[in-house]
Design a binder for this molecule. Structure first.
Ligand SMILES: Cc1cc2nc3c(=O)[nH]c(=O)nc-3n(C[C@H](O)[C@H](O)[C@H](O)COP(=O)(O)OP(=O)(O)OC[C@H]3O[C@@H](n4cnc5c(N)ncnc54)[C@H](O)[C@@H]3O)c2cc1C
Length: 438
């Protein structure tokens, strides 16, 4: 793709939204993401999810916008198709191209100076003794550091094979993954290849725990790129051949019993089982498609798949109050379409009531949270805990708010107060962030 790292501008928007929210001036700033792509991302499922996240944050997405002119004086971006986008500040990414020496080498590069290559062997189309890696390559996957890394696995072997006069391995499958900072101490991880779209699903539990520790211990930038995550078994699709290789290597390394004595084996199985179930693309040396374990595995996958179908699942899920909000989305939209005038009126009321005024918006959200506790309304708790967290409410402020609810409501608030506390922690605490591996 002639775009370097298509998630970078998305991160820019998410982080700008976070920054302005933290400064309490988000409602005075309009953020627009204009992209030449036809959606928020190159892959349709992720594009839908990421587009939803932009919408949820009030970031306007303008697609198929090819900038023809930047009118700095007039504050306008003008597209080749005549569309205009006004701005006070524009961050404009210039046309991305390959290295100039490629352009100077006849027949090596394409019109943008990238080097066309076989997408699986990485051998240049220009000549058999040229191999291409990284941003230089014209292959249909993202221009990302991770892609360069995965390409390296195939390319090194193929250079050796070429020099030895052996057939090349069509080993590169377009594997890419990207961490995406989404602000508010949270991040996503998407992982895909030529054939497999990023399927939204949660990280294996172990990875989540590691991520949570990394997030808790470090400032936001590192928090979003928890290096320990990379040490987790990568849930990457393996070709049938790689699966066999993998299984053989494992056996050669550890012997038929995996290096353990016979007596050790039951314990080893107990330890390995949870991890095995979560790795959807684990190597298989034997046919495991039948039997009760296979059925359980299939059922588990079905459950995951159903969860994925819920809108916005890509966004830090597996948390109760996030799910509460998700579950309400569709019926809320449906009801609002059924009574548009009434619902618009309610939306106006909501905006006006919680806007910054004599009382800051954060205080209003805390009041709403206390009332939600008294009303015993889980959906209201989820919404206002999330809003309070986004408005920068501190744990002490939320705790004292819930103390007032307890004072006024007594017994039932001793149940719904802790629920609101859990909701706030879910939305505010970095350690509860659950980046999604796909
Ligand atoms: C803002 C931004 C954010 C990004 N975020 C991510 C991310 O989160 N995750 C991710 O995976 N990727 C990300 N990327 C993309 C990633 O940085 C690149 O895809 C990756 O660095 C490409 O590696 P490369 O080795 O092909 O090229 P490069 O890293 O560009 O290395 C090429 C090297 O060749 C040198 N060079 C150039 N011409 C010559 C010459 N004539 N002679 C000698 N040396 C030369 C250059 O100086 C450079 O050091 C991001 C990119 C940007 C711009």
């Amino acid at each position: 793709m002639p775009i370097k790292c298509p998630v970078a501008p998305l991160e820019f928007c998410f982080l700008a939204d976070w920054y302005f929210t933290e400064r309490g001036i988000r409602d005075q700033v309009q953020i627009t993401y204009a992209t030449p792509l036809d959606a928020a991302f190159t892959k349709p499922i992720a594009a839908g999810q990421l587009g939803g996240m932009l919408a949820e944050r009030g970031i306007e997405l303008v697609t198929e916008f090819n900038t023809g002119e930047v009118d700095g004086g007039g504050g306008r971006l003008v597209g080749y198709d005549g569309r205009e986008i006004p701005f006070d500040l524009a961050a404009v990414i210039p046309l991305h191209g390959g290295a100039t020496y490629v352009g100077r080498s006849p027949g090596l590069g394409d019109e943008l100076d990238f080097v066309p290559a076989d997408e699986h062997t990485l051998q240049a189309k220009a000549a058999p003794n040229i191999f291409v890696i990284g941003d230089a390559a014209n292959v249909p996957t993202s221009k990302a550091g991770s892609v360069t890394h995965f390409e390296g696995e195939t390319l090194v072997g193929n250079v050796q094979r070429y020099l030895a006069g052996e057939p090349l391995e069509a080993g590169f499958d377009g594997h890419a993954n990207c961490f995406i900072e989404t602000g508010f101490h949270k991040a996503l991880l998407i992982d895909f290849n030529y054939d497999t779209e990023p399927p939204p699903r949660p990280l294996p539990r172990k990875g989540r725990a590691a991520a949570a520790q990394g997030v808790a211990a470090q400032p936001p930038r590192q928090a979003a790129l928890p290096v320990r995550l990379l040490a987790q078994p990568a849930p990457r699709p393996l070709s049938p051949r790689s699966r066999l290789d993998h299984a053989h290597r494992r056996q050669a390394h550890s012997g038929p019993s995996g290096g353990l004595t016979h007596a050790d084996q039951p314990r080893r199985r107990r330890h390995r089982r949870p991890q095995r179930r979560r790795l959807l693309h684990r190597p298989r040396a034997v046919d495991r498609s039948h039997g009760p374990r296979a059925r359980r595995r299939r059922r588990h996958r079905r459950v995951l798949r159903d969860r994925r179908r819920r809108p916005d699942h890509l966004h830090l899920t597996m948390a109760h109050f996030t799910d509460v909000i998700d579950d309400l989305k569709e019926p809320t939209h449906s009801l609002s379409r059924a009574i548009p005038d009434t619902w618009n009126g309610f939306t106006q009321l909501h905006k006006a009531a919680v806007a910054d005024g004599a009382l800051p918006a954060k205080a209003k959200e805390l009041m709403a949270l206390a009332i939600a506790v008294v009303k015993q309304c889980d959906g209201c708790i989820a919404y206002h805990a999330k809003a309070a967290a986004r408005r920068g409410a501190t744990p002490d402020e939320v705790a004292e708010t819930l103390g007032v609810a307890l004072l006024m409501d007594g017994g039932t608030a001793s149940v719904y107060g802790p629920r609101a506390w859990a909701a706030y922690r879910e939305f505010a605490t970095p350690a509860t962030a659950t980046p999604v591996a796909v």
